[in-house]
Design a protein around this ligand. Structure first.
Ligand SMILES: C[S@@+](CC[C@H](N)C(=O)[O-])C[C@H]1O[C@@H](n2cnc3c(N)ncnc32)[C@H](O)[C@@H]1O
Length: 250
């Protein structure tokens, strides 16, 4: 059994995370000892009566900037030499399944969630070890972005999802999109489930799924099949070579 992945989230909106961390897969992950969550209220690291975390930008301009002192002190309250301190920012490297696998192999993730115009540049330069964007759009706050990353990372930890291999056959696991799914009824409003899926012929089903996966990827995400796509230097899970596993080597 692995040590639980420790995840701390630093934010001025700790209540935004409560429900999210206490439902569904994330709740189970805690119960199964796969992960431990901590939510850190940035305002606990302020010293003025208004518990101020932001100030006007030097040089002028719109909006407010998060001050460095509370962010440094909040991170230092939980950081260890093994910690990865991840700043959520639209200017970071763009999150994807490979990054999710990479983070799932860490022992301690500290997410720093920005607000307003963002954080003082000294935080980016001297405090954080990683910067992640969840896409080319701008959110109001980093908490939702951190929540997206946490969900994608925690489900990859050993023992979180039910069956071994639950993350093996899904989109991006082998550099392609997953095949279509059907369930009962076998026919609904004239729409039929493909015969092969009801044939009981497992080899034929596997072939059909493989074909469908390729067709889907070619039509929807040809970029995944392009030159260099799926190449990944990582030696661990999710390296796109079919050797995915839920074993993180722990
Ligand atoms: C309004 S945004 C700041 C945007 C910043 N002024 C800029 O133009 O790059 C406030 C905070 O939301 C979070 N955020 C917004 N968009 C994000 C994204 N695409 N990925 C990750 N975090 C994001 C970051 O924590 C950011 O500090």
């Amino acid at each position: 059994m692995c040590e639980p992945l420790a995840i701390d989230v630093i934010t001025i909106f700790p209540d935004m995370l409560g429900g999210f961390l206490n439902e569904s897969m994330l709740k189970l992950a805690v119960e199964r000892g796969a992960v431990r969550f901590g939510t850190i209220n940035l305002r606990d690291f302020t010293y003025d009566v208004h518990r101020t975390t932001d100030d006007r930008p030097y040089g002028g301009g719109p909006g407010m900037v998060m001050r460095p002192e509370p962010l440094f002190e909040a991170v230092e309250s939980v950081r260890t030499p093994e910690s990865s301190v991840v700043l959520m920012t639209p200017q970071g490297r763009v999150f994807n399944q490979d990054v999710a696998h990479e983070l799932s192999e860490k022992s301690h993730l500290v997410f720093v969630c920005g607000h307003y115009e963002g954080v003082d540049e000294r935080v980016r330069q001297n405090l954080v070890t990683d910067e992640i964007s969840i896409g080319d759009f701008v959110l109001t706050n980093g908490v939702l972005a951190a929540a997206v990353v946490i969900d994608a990372v925690v489900r990859l930890r050993p023992g979180v999802l039910g069956g071994a291999g639950a993350t093996l056959e899904e989109s991006f696991a082998s550099g392609k999109l997953e095949y279509p799914h059907y369930t009962r009824p076998a026919e609904y409003r004239g729409m039929k489930v493909p015969d092969v899926l009801r044939s009981g012929d497992h080899a034929a089903i596997a072939r059909w799924r493989e074909e469908q996966s390729e067709i889907r990827t070619e039509t929807r995400r040809p970029d995944l099949l392009g030159e260099g796509a799926g190449e990944d230097e990582r030696s661990g899970p999710g390296n796109g070579n079919g050797s995915l596993g839920e074993d993180h080597g722990c």
